[in-house]
Structures are given as C-alpha cells and as structure tokens.
Write a protein that binds this ligand. Structure first.
Ligand code: ADP
Ligand code: MG
Length: 621
C-alpha cells in the first residue's frame, strides 16, 4: 500500500511521502547491485562517487577478520587470495560433497565438518564462515549503499536467484537477507525479474513465451518462460555453471601467451595483470575493431576478428544449451515471442549476433544487461508494495513434491507446475495396530519410486495415541510459499498430535540433475507404471494377508473344517504370489480370497452382534 502522509501542523497533504522503500537486489556470482523505483521507473543505485552501480561480489577478510566488500576487495584477489572470497553464490545451499570436485577453482579453503549431510563452509584463518554469512556481507554492503543514497533505513527487499535454484539454495539466500537485517519479501527468479524490467508480464492480457539468455562472469543460464495472466511458468532451464565472461578473458590471455611466448609461470601478479588487460580488451572489442596495450614492454594487440575466432567455440556451447532448453520445453524456435539478453557478457557482439541468428529475431538488449535483473527486482518490489494494480506475479514449482508411502512409492501432494504459493494436504493412516510413530519422508521429483527422486528431508510424527491400524487420521499438509520454500505439517486429527517442519534439503541440486530428473521421468514412465502396479498390488495383498490371519485366528471355532482348509489354501496362494513379480496373479488370488471370505465374514459379524445383544451391550438399551 502506498502511504499518504498528513502534515498535522498545517493540515495539508505531504506530497513527498516517505513510505517504506522496498529495494530489489541482484545477488550475482560476479557482481551484485541494488535498485528501487523512482517515479514508476526502476533505477540502480550508484556508489558514493556516483559512478558504479555494480558491486563486485567479493569479500576480503583482513587479519582481524574485518571485511572489505566489492571494488576495494577486488585488488586483494592478487595480494591475498586465501582471504579473498569470490563466487560465493556457487556455494549457497551446497554440501562439501557437492563442491569437492571443484575445490581447485577456489583460491580460498572450502571445508565440511565431518558429517555427511553438512553444508560447505569457508575457512578463513581459524574461523569458519557459511556461504549464507558471506552473502549476508554483500547484502549488508548493498543495504548500506541504498541507505546512504535514499537517506532512510532500508528494511525490506526482493532478492533474485537463478530459476534452477532449489529449496536449500533459496532458503540460504533468504537467510542471508535476514542476517543482513532485511525482511526478504520475496525470492524471485532472475529470468522473471529480467522479463519484468522489460514490462513483459505486467500486462495481464498479454500471453508470451520468452527466452532469457543470461551470460554473466562465470555462469550461463538459458530459461524458457511462459507468461500467462501474470503467471510466470518456467518451462525449462539449461546452461553451464562454468561458462562465462571469465572464459573469454582466459582465451585472450592464452592467445597472447602463445603469440608472444610470454613466460608467466607462477608469477601471480603478472598473471593477474594480464587477466585484467584481457578483460579490458574484450570489453573494448564490444564497441571497437581492435585493441592494443603494453605488457612487460611488449605490445599486445588483438582484433575483433581474432577475438571472434577465440570466442566462437564458447558461444556455440551456449547455443547448444538453448537448443536443449527449447527441446525440453517441447517448443520450436518460432514459438519464442521475445528474447531477453541478461549479463555483462551479452555485450560481446558475437554473442548478440549468434543469439539473434539462432532465435531468428531481434533480441531485447536496450536495458543495461548488468542491471536488468536488479531493475526487474525493483519492479517486483513495487508490485508487492501494491503500487501496480491488478497484477499478481506468480511462479510455478518446477518439480512435484510428495511423501513416501508403503512400498517406497511417492505420493504426490503438490504436482509439478502448480502455481505458488500453494497449500495442499491429504489424509493417511497407520498400517500397524498401536503404531505410535509415523515417519514422513519428503521427496521432490517426477518418478514413481522415491528411490529415483530426490529426498528433501524426513521427520517423525511421535506420540500418536495407540489405536488399531487404520483408525488414526493423519493429515499431511504442504505449504509451498512464494519463494519455493516448503513447510510440512503432520497432524493426527483424532488426538491433535502434530509436528511442523521446514524442509531444507542438505544437498544442492544442479540444473543438469534437474533436467535429467525430468527427462528420466518421461523416459521411464512406462516402466515406473509397471513397478507401481506391482508395488500397489503387493501392499494391498499384504494388508489382506494380515487381516485374514487375524480373522482365522479369532473365528476358527465358528467355521467348518472344510471352510478353514479352503481359506488357508487361498491364503497360502496369495502369500506365495506376493513373493513373485506378477501383479495380475497377486490381484487374482486377492480377488479369490476376498470372494471366498465374504460370506464367512458375514457369519463372524452376525456372531459378534448376537453376542453383543446377549451381553446387552447395544447402545440405547
Ligand atoms: P554475474 O551475473 O555472474 O554476476 P555479470 O552479469 O555482472 O555477472 O557479468 C560480468 C561479466 O560481464 C564479466 O565477465 C565482464 O567482463 C563482462 N562484461 C562487462 N562488460 C562487458 C563488455 N562491455 N563487453 C564484454 N563483456 C563485458
Ligand atoms: Mg547475473
């Protein structure tokens, strides 16, 4: 809600009301920035000198563990690499196991603390920092920058994350905001924010399919979105978490090293200087045809044509990823209505031209590609503040969420592509008499068997009062909030015993895994259905077997010997069939047993009733 201030002294409306400002934040791998709305337009906030909007996502710790963030930390990458943290976004919500293959990529130490499921930490001297704490440092810097510029406290923010970020990564980002003293009103997908910056999705009646091509410093993401009535659906994502502008810089360095026989081995300082020269060359070549500089008293130069040759294989890899994303979304190139360019590296001419050629259309690149995500986050913040009427921005959940049921099957509670936020629930019961505890294991994925899906977490609902099997009514309730974070509640309705947990997954999921899980689910649908049929038949048969055994034991005296023998034989056949793989056979024996037992059950029931009558236990007597 926009606030109106009244000047009580003069009795007039104050026409420059200072309501809460909600800022939009792009917390990037390479660069971060903060923006807000001025006169219905999003604006990125500059540093004190009024020059840069970008804050390099770099944190430097001095010997007293005091921090420097951003541009002032960047130079420390050369001087003091062990104490200078970059690319912390890659570590968000990840376990050490997820990252250990990439250890060499980081100049600082990443560690775990021995437990299997522990999240990765960064070691600086004798202290350990979580990626959440480190990101909070960057967010604090952005918050301070906004407070200096707007001259008021900033307490609310919208923060963006890649579309493929899972629950744990989103939660870690939200926690970082909290640590920085920000109330994070919404976690928004980066491609959604980029679309909003272009006004796409703000018109409720315009339906569009959009490709967002995001080539940053070290990562490449392509996302295909469907936008209908203000609802953003991520149809597919693809990309490469180790491909970006840094690779262009490295290619230029290698070119110069080879053509000038530069000998740099081990000289960190010189390597870093050359790297910066290479980056300068790359940037210059986005707007001019050649570049030259001097390095170690030598002239180094490169033309645009030479650079294009170096960049070509890298750009081709991004186009291959686009092809896969289009295919996963089950679309054709001609179905894409808009292509949006995001990330500093989309300024490279070869990138722009290749993307336009592949999508067969002009691309949207007139908003600064470094800023577009943060600007869109400010637009989203404005929508949340209620300043943009009639717009409801919703995302959808990319993978189904459910719980494990008998036989290791997943029971989906929130299906894939549900609009979020969403609440959904279902009732279950116990399978054993007097069962006191019930394990609730939560999974994400599209396959029928939990073993093929990803476990998000589990907990135990304890202290269910003892009741016969089938009597407790246990409601499992899922609440998936607008950030894609899941809360699960289990409640036994007869007794009111309940437990709620926020599900955080210990391991991160990579975008490749996410894509693979979806593809697998389609490939294996038939096989899964067969397995599911067999497991369901077995589960049901086991219940019948247990019930029959109990029934025989309690009622043997009223049946004839022939009846007992026949029932026992059918019982045995069912027991044997459950050990096999033939679901039809199991179902057949189950039917046979049920049909035969029906009149016997009637007889047993009649006896129970007449006994009750005799004992005058019938109500109303
Ligand atoms: P991230 O999203 O990973 O934080 P950015 O979107 O800020 O990254 O992109 C940073 C990358 O953009 C760096 O590799 C930088 O060199 C590159 N870049 C910035 N400006 C230009 C330019 N004019 N031409 C080519 N590349 C550029
Ligand atoms: Mg980015």
């Amino acid at each position: 809600m926009a606030k109106i201030s009244i000047n009580m002294g003069k009795g007039t409306l104050d026409n420059t009301p200072k309501g809460d400002v909600i800022v939009g934040i792009d917390l990037g791998t390479t660069n971060s920035l903060v923006s807000y709305m001025v006169d219905d337009k999003p604006v990125a906030i500059k540093d004190k000198d009024g020059e840069n909007t970008l804050v390099p996502s770099i944190i430097y710790f001095d010997t007293n563990h005091l921090v420097k963030i951003g541009a002032s930390a960047k130079s420390k990458l050369i001087e003091d690499p062990q104490n200078t943290i970059f690319s912390v976004k890659r570590l968000m919500g990840k376990s050490y196991m997820d990252m250990k293959d990439y250890e060499g990529f980081f100049s600082y130490k990443i560690i775990d603390d021995q437990t299997d499921e522990s999240l990765v930490k960064v070691r600086i001297g004798d202290k350990f920092y979580t990626p959440t704490e480190l990101s909070a440092q960057i967010l604090t810097e952005l918050k301070n920058r906004a407070e200096d510029a707007l001259k008021q406290p900033i307490e609310k923010a919208v923060i963006t994350v890649p579309a493929y970020f899972n629950d744990a990564q989103r939660q870690a980002t939200r926690d970082a905001g909290k640590l920085a003293g920000l109330d994070v009103l919404r976690i928004v997908n980066e491609p959604t924010a980029a679309s909003l910056a272009y006004g796409i999705g703000l018109d409720k009646d315009a339906n569009k399919t959009v490709a967002v091509y995001d080539l940053g410093g070290g990562t490449f993401d392509i996302s295909i979105l469907k936008i209908e009535h203000g609802i953003f659906e991520v149809l597919s994502t693809n990309g490469d978490t180790f491909l970006g502008g840094d690779d262009f810089d490295r290619a230029i360095m290698q070119y110069w090293t080879a053509t000038h026989q530069l000998e740099l081995d081990g000289d960190r300082q010189s390597i870093q200087i050359l790297r910066l020269e290479a980056e300068a060359a790359k940037k210059a070549l986005s707007s001019q045809d050649s570049f030259s500089t001097t390095f170690q008293e030598m002239e180094l130069s490169i033309t645009k044509a030479q650079f294009n040759e170096l960049a070509q294989p890298l750009v081709s890899r991004t186009i291959d990823a686009c092809k896969k994303a289009i295919k996963d979304a089950q679309l054709k190139v001609s179905d894409i209505n808009e292509v949006i360019m995001v990330g500093g590296s989309t300024r490279v001419s070869l990138v722009k031209d290749s993307v336009a050629a592949y999508f067969e259309q002009e691309v949207n690149n007139n908003i600064n590609p470094d800023e577009v995500v943060a600007l869109g986050a400010a637009v989203q913040a404005d929508v949340l503040a209620g300043n943009q009427k009639d717009i409801l921005l919703l995302d959808v959940t990319p993978l189904s969420l459910g719980i494990e049921t008998m036989g290791g099957l997943i029971d989906v509670i929130i299906p894939r592509n549900s609009k979020i936020p969403i609440k959904a629930g279902r009732q279950y019961t116990t399978s054993i008499d007097g069962q006191k505890n019930l394990k609730v294991a939560v999974y994400q994925g599209e396959r029928d068997l939990v073993a093929d899906n990803r476990k998000l977490g589990e907990f135990v609902l304890r202290n269910i009062p003892p009741m016969p099997a089938g009597i407790p009514k246990i409601e499992i309730h899922f609440l998936l909030n607008a950030d894609g974070i899941l809360k699960v509640r289990a409640k036994e309705l007869r007794s009111g015993v309940e437990q709620t947990v926020e599900v955080r997954s210990p391991y991160g999921i990579s975008e490749e895994d996410m894509a693979r899980m979806l593809v697998d689910s389609i490939k294996n649908a038939k096989e899964d259905m067969k397995v599911r049929g067999l497991i369901e038949a077995r589960t049901e048969a086991n219940n019948v077997i247990m019930a029959t055994a109990k029934f025989l034991e309690q009622n043997q005296d009223i049946f004839s010997d022939a009846e007992v023998t026949a029932l026992s034989e059918l019982y045995q056949l069912l027991v044997e069939s459950v050990k096999g793989e033939d679901k039809d056979l199991i179902n057949k024996y189950m039917d046979d047993l049920n049909t035969f037992a029906q009149p016997l059950a009637q007889k047993a029931m009649d006896r129970t009733i007449s006994e009750a009558m005799k004992g005058k236990k019938v109500l109303g007597d």
